[in-house]
Design a protein around this ligand. Structure first.
Ligand SMILES: *[C@@H]1O[C@H](CO)[C@@H](O)[C@H](O)[C@H]1NC(C)=O
Ligand SMILES: *[C@@H]1O[C@H](CO)[C@@H](O)[C@H](O)[C@H]1NC(C)=O
Ligand SMILES: *[C@@H]1O[C@H](CO)[C@@H](O)[C@H](O)[C@H]1NC(C)=O
Ligand SMILES: *[C@@H]1O[C@H](CO)[C@@H](O)[C@H](O)[C@H]1NC(C)=O
Ligand SMILES: *[C@@H]1O[C@H](CO)[C@@H](O)[C@H](O)[C@H]1NC(C)=O
Length: 512
């Protein structure tokens, strides 16, 4: 393990920025490679109090901010039509546990069952694969009230039973299952910083004073139970469903690429340590059966121990790793913080993170746009290849954020997608085992961190229009051209600029 660790330190330096390929088409990707776009239940469905759905911890946290969202619950046919016109090969969406099993366990809600069956059938009949996520920050509030949600081992049993219903009812038509979305950021954001549901933290940690929580211990405990729930669910799928249903199953992690701020040994070690805390937290148990050594050392008894039995359950419990990748950040050593007694997950990681190479620039949570560093995607994929034996990967989210407004002229999103998909192609040509790519997001959704303040959508949703009509942005035209086999290049972006440059007018331009 120690030798491997030293090796990894060296490898972070291997991935040098490489200019990504500029001109390419879908045909350049391996046969069977799937392109799609993604959303999640609470962010699009709306109908939060309809047809027997119960509140989830996200409803509570956002005080009903997603009550309507973009009303996909009622508009799914229209949305699937739009997906088909755009040329999506797959749609990645999530199931709302609180809609399907309102009490968290026990009776299944027939109207919830009907909705997801309708959505899946609509997708399949349009030739679009269903890639389904089981969980995105949204367990039923009743389970939070009853036993503290992810802080209790009870959730392993209830989550697995919920997944069982999903496999049994929908699995014959689902190509790919992902268990838990970005558990690494969920555990940190929800139980240490308190910025996402269920909003727990303890003073002096967290961005504000939470009413409940313990930032020193809860992130590790919650993550441990997520890991066990994931593994138990994967075992269930593999034992009872996979041979008949022929889908694949994995977990989806938030994965920035991390670069040492300077060439100092301290910063290089710090970048590796951050990689172990952010990615290794889940991937080491899944690949090697245990948490990274540096986490055990720095978190001590606050990090739960994976028993031999748990280690066996977890090790190898995935067909693929899903990655959520938006940008690359710079890492600076902060190991002096390890001298303080009272630490949270972030202090244990002992680094500072910045979006720029300017050492004084703080980690901003809401950048107007992500720094475009497409080479970081290659770096990340090369790292997974070398450090973890090149597992199958899906890029489950990638896209550019912007302020949410009615401008359909999102040239910077087009440039971002063009550069990142090109970088992905380069990584694949160098041996990365990536099988699919999903743009976040198919349309403007209710965003996790700031609701309706920012957006990532290929389609704009007009919230001032009672029918919430969807309008294609320039990026929808660009992606559609690519998905239908067209070649893309920087000059193609310029062409689009000419054709749709002044498309901020509200005319509905049909795709294709
Ligand atoms: C948060 O709690 C701490 C300790 O109880 C207190 O000193 C501080 O003023 C509080 N901050 C806010 C913004 O309420
Ligand atoms: C967090 O839990 C640990 C271990 O039980 C305890 O020592 C510490 O005081 C707790 N912190 C808070 C803020 O409750
Ligand atoms: C790190 O080293 C590389 C190669 O030796 C050099 O090109 C680069 O400028 C150095 N970076 C910093 C931040 O010192
Ligand atoms: C809309 O968002 C874009 C991208 O963030 C920005 O450049 C533009 O100024 C915004 N327009 C308005 C009217 O806010
Ligand atoms: C390409 O793969 C080789 C072999 O795994 C590796 O040594 C090299 O660093 C990779 N190149 C890039 C640019 O990632």
């Amino acid at each position: 393990m120690l030798r491997l660790y030293c090796l990894l330190i060296l490898m972070l330096n291997l991935a040098l920025p490489v200019l990504s390929v500029d001109t390419y088409s879908k045909e350049d990707f391996p046969p069977g490679f799937i392109f799609g776009a993604a959303t999640s239940a609470y962010q699009v469905e709306g109908a939060a109090r309809e047809d027997g759905r119960s509140p989830s911890v996200w409803d509570t946290f956002s005080r009903g901010g997603g009550d309507v969202a973009v009303d996909e619950y009622h508009k799914y046919k229209e949305d699937v039509q739009l997906m088909a016109e755009t040329g999506l090969g797959a749609y990645r969406f999530s199931i709302s546990w609180a809609r399907l099993i309102p009490n968290g366990r026990g009776p299944v809600n027939p109207k919830g069952l009907r909705y997801y069956n309708n959505l899946i059938n609509e997708l399949i009949s349009h030739g679009i694969q269903a890639h389904v996520l089981l969980y995105n920050y949204d367990h039923p509030q009743s389970l939070e009230d009853e036993y503290g949600g992810w802080l209790s081992r009870n959730i392993v049993r209830d989550f697995t039973a919920y997944a069982d219903v999903c496999f049994r009812e929908f699995g014959d038509r689902v190509s790919s299952w992902s268990t838990i979305n970005e558990p690494n950021i969920f555990a940190n954001g929800g139980y240490d910083q308190g910025v996402v549901p269920p909003g727990r933290c303890s003073y002096p940690f967290g961005l504000w004073n939470c009413s409940k929580g313990n930032s020193s211990t809860e992130p590790y405990l919650a993550a441990h139970n997520m890991l066990l729930a994931h593994a138990s669910t994967v075992r269930l799928y593999k034992d009872r469903y996979q041979s008949k249903q022929n889908g694949v199953i994995g977990v989806t992690l938030y994965a920035l690429w991390l670069v040492p701020l300077t060439n100092s040994t301290e910063d290089e070690t710090a970048a590796q340590r951050a990689m172990d805390f952010l990615i290794g937290w889940f991937v080491n148990p899944l690949v090697f059966g245990d948490y990274p050594e540096v986490m055990k050392k720095n978190a001590g008894s606050r990090l739960p121990v994976l028993t031999d039995q748990e280690s066996k359950l977890v090790k190898g419990a995935f067909d693929f790793l899903g990655l959520i990748h938006y940008t690359t950040v710079y890492i600076k050593d902060n190991s002096k913080i390890l001298k303080t007694e009272n630490r949270d997950f972030n202090a244990d990681m002992a680094v500072t993170i910045s979006f720029t190479q300017d050492e004084d620039d703080p980690f901003g949570l809401f950048p107007v746009e992500y720094p475009q560093r497409p080479w970081g995607l290659q770096g990340l994929l090369e790292y997974l290849k070398q450090a973890y034996g090149n597992p199958p990967v899906y890029i489950h989210e990638n896209g550019q954020v912007s302020r949410r407004n009615s401008s359909l002229d999102d040239t910077s999103r087009v440039e971002y997608l063009h550069a990142y998909i090109g970088s992905l192609l380069d990584a694949i040509r160098n041996g990365s085992n990536t099988r699919g790519y999903f743009v976040w997001s198919f349309l403007d959704v209710f965003e996790l961190l700031d609701g309706r303040g920012s957006s990532y959508g290929l389609y704009f949703v007009d919230l001032d229009d009672p029918s919430l009509r969807r309008l294609p942005k320039k990026s929808a035209h660009w992606y559609s051209h690519f998905l239908k086999g067209g070649r893309v290049s920087s000059s193609r972006t310029l062409e689009l600029e000419k054709t749709f440059g002044d498309s901020s007018s509200e005319t509905l331009v049909s795709i294709g």
